[in-house]
Design a protein around this ligand. Structure first.
Ligand code: TRP
Length: 443
């Protein structure tokens, strides 16, 4: 199976050079690797946590989408969408909220940092903190678990969120999984190769430090004027410079090949002036992002093109999220009544969709199968079979005889047994839906 890589960007600002080198460029790169299925999205629900300016949220969604596309993301190959186009995300978020210990959220760094700041200025500990910020890690868990991502490329500040995601996923699996896991436990992927760019003042480039270099906004001119404001030491042209210790060199390296970088370093050590070094840096960055800037401007001038791509992406994402959500709804007990299931089955029969028995091999290499209703909902998961023949025989008899003679009620469960061996059990409330599905099986 391919590795599913998933990451999102919060849409609360205009992408700067640091966002590009630290998140956008590596994500595009990762999506081209063989054996990778990439899921990239605009985390616009997350934006609402810290931004109550509708114009800014709307504009940022567009800018971030355009940046990804202009940067060369193959939107046909990856699944590229806006979080808010998937109704399953907030729905899953709620299910996860109900299995998450409040104490776990109390320990989240982002929340704790806000509390610490309040305490430091002698305000109420929770002053100005909304529930979105408090439960932020659960929404992020929903993003990740919805697509059962294996790897989540993020910055170090997000490692704790991945730990929490695994905690929440395990808890849900344990409560509802009946031995078969709904969720994969994801891993954070921290790439040492990926550059964390220093900003104009040498601290990490970040909007909150007001030290960013714009990516596309303001054109080559704005880029140049920001680069000229990078803080350097006061060494004169002709004096040898400490390349290793300069932010300028760190920025250059993020855009140049190793041999270009060592050349640049040598020039600095041999006395190149900071002004000349800044010009070289501008040229090197411009070489990479200049062509993208044109594509970006073109996209921003035609937002309907961006919208079309995002709608197609959302549709592709929903084809996965909707059936999975149906399984999860069923798992937690938000079930359709048998009558409603029957109506749906009849509707689907007309549209050509039928119930199915689907066999597979589980993690322990044992054989199992599922009965799926016409609408894709799981009706039951079989017991395990150590060899495929036994599983095949059970499927055959279900196909030919339905529930007759093999079903018996035990408490709230229906138990299916063939020759004394239990092959499946399910909630008795599903009896009619299962019987109906077996009658309308696809061959
Ligand atoms: N919290 C992430 C950030 O601020 C953005 C994000 C939201 C995200 N959902 C995600 C990242 C899921 C990875 C996976 O950087």
């Amino acid at each position: 199976m391919n590795t599913r890589v998933l990451t999102g960007i919060t849409t609360s600002g205009t992408p700067h050079l640091g966002n590009y080198a630290g998140a956008i460029r590596p994500s595009i790169q990762a999506s081209t690797q063989p054996g990778v299925d990439a899921f990239y999205f605009m985390a616009d629900y997350h934006a609402l946590i810290k931004c109550d300016d509708p114009q800014r949220v709307a504009r940022s969604r567009l800018e971030i989408a355009a940046t990804w596309i202009a940067g060369g993301l193959d939107t046909d190959k990856v699944t590229f969408y806006r979080q808010s186009d998937l109704p399953a995300i907030p729905e899953l978020c709620w299910m996860l909220t109900c299995v998450t210990a409040k104490g776990l959220m109390n320990r989240a760094h982002a929340y704790k940092a806000s509390v610490d700041q309040n305490v430091a200025r002698q305000a109420e500990p929770d002053d100005g903190i909304n529930m979105g910020l408090f439960s932020y890690p659960i929404l992020m868990a929903a993003d990740i678990l919805m697509f059962n991502a294996h790897k989540v490329p993020v910055g170090r500040d997000q490692i704790q969120h991945l730990e929490m995601t695994r905690d929440i996923a395990s808890r849900f699996n344990h409560l509802y999984g009946n031995g078969s896991d709904f969720f994969v436990l994801p891993e954070a992927q921290i790439d040492e190769e990926v550059a964390t760019l220093p900003g104009l003042d040498g601290r990490k480039m970040s909007k909150s430090y007001d030290n960013t270099i714009p990516l596309f906004e303001g054109g080559a001119k704005a880029l140049r004027s920001a680069v000229m404001r990078i803080v350097t030491d006061s060494r004169e042209p002709g004096e040898p410079k400490d390349a290793e210790g300069s932010h300028l060199y760190a920025l250059y390296r993020a855009f140049a090949t190793p041999s270009e970088s060592s050349q640049f370093r040598k020039q600095l050590e041999e006395g190149m002036g900071w002004g000349d070094a800044k010009s070289l840096l501008c040229e090197r960055i411009e070489q990479e992002i200049g062509p993208m800037r044109d594509r970006y401007a073109d996209l921003m001038a035609h937002p309907e093109r961006i919208e079309e791509i995002l709608q197609a992406g959302a549709e592709k994402a929903r084809r996965l999220s909707e059936p999975f959500m149906a399984t999860l709804r069923e798992a937690v007990g938000l079930r359709s009544s048998a009558g409603a299931a029957r109506t749906a089955a009849e509707g689907k029969k007309a549209s050509g969709k039928r119930a199915r028995l689907v066999s597979f091999r589980d993690d322990g290499n044992l054989f199992r199968f599922r009965l799926l209703a016409a609408d894709g909902q799981e009706l039951f998961l079989s017991e395990v079979f150590s060899d495929p023949k036994a599983a095949g025989a059970a499927i055959k008899s279900l196909q030919s005889a339905g529930l007759d003679g093999i079903a018996s009620r035990q408490g709230d469960d229906m138990v299916l047994a063939i020759g004394g061996a239990v092959i499946a059990r399910f909630d008795a409330a599903k009896h009619d839906a299962v019987a109906e599905a077996l009658l309308t099986l696809q061959d």
